[in-house]
Design a binder for this molecule. Sequence first.
Ligand code: AMP
Length: 214
Amino acid sequence: MKLIFLGPPGAGKGTQAVGVSAHLGVPHISTGDMFRMAIKNQTPTGLEAKRYLDAGQLVPDSVTIAMVRERLGMDDCANGYLLDGFPRTVDQAIALDQISAPDTVIDIFVPDERLQSRLTGRRVCGKCQGTFHISKLDDEHTCPICGGELYQRNDDKPETIATRLQAYHEQTEPLIDYYKGNDKRRVVEENRLKTVDGDCKPEDVFKAILATLE
Ligand code: AMP
């Protein structure tokens, strides 16, 4: 199965992708995680991407598409993939349809007013990459799963969140129409979009996603 999770930053795409990719037996590919890893390892892609991540802006399509093309060519993607955070522009979606077209696109919908607190309260484990909300943590510095140290992503600071939400609405939201088959540049005609309510408990979102896939 070739699956995409669409939705604004803070919708819970990453959290859901961990469980759903394990359930389906396909790799979870997060372009945000790939960029953060590239920045940490100071690769050429990382050095180019850093200023965009710091500013909450999208990394240019040429860089992002090349990185995803290489990743989808790896052996573990032979039976499909779950992409989280890609595509984020119509040009990326067109490129993906030409590389390896997704079967289903799940839009995880959460209203803007709920996203701000989800993002400012998000903490990530430096060791296992798990994400948690501070309201659910006894100790906001320690990962409840592996004991690793939790940190706040640079781009989860309030000043960057507004830019990220603006980028979502301007550049990524048009993908909803693209995957409905309504964009005149479409490569695939059929409606591949399904919407799931993301504004509820993670376990209920998980169940709704699995029900949508059946
Ligand atoms: P995420 O972890 O998905 O919230 O992504 C973090 C940041 O990585 C984004 O704000 C962008 O700067 C960059 N990024 C991730 N995926 C993409 C993409 N598909 N296109 C462009 N930039 C991306």
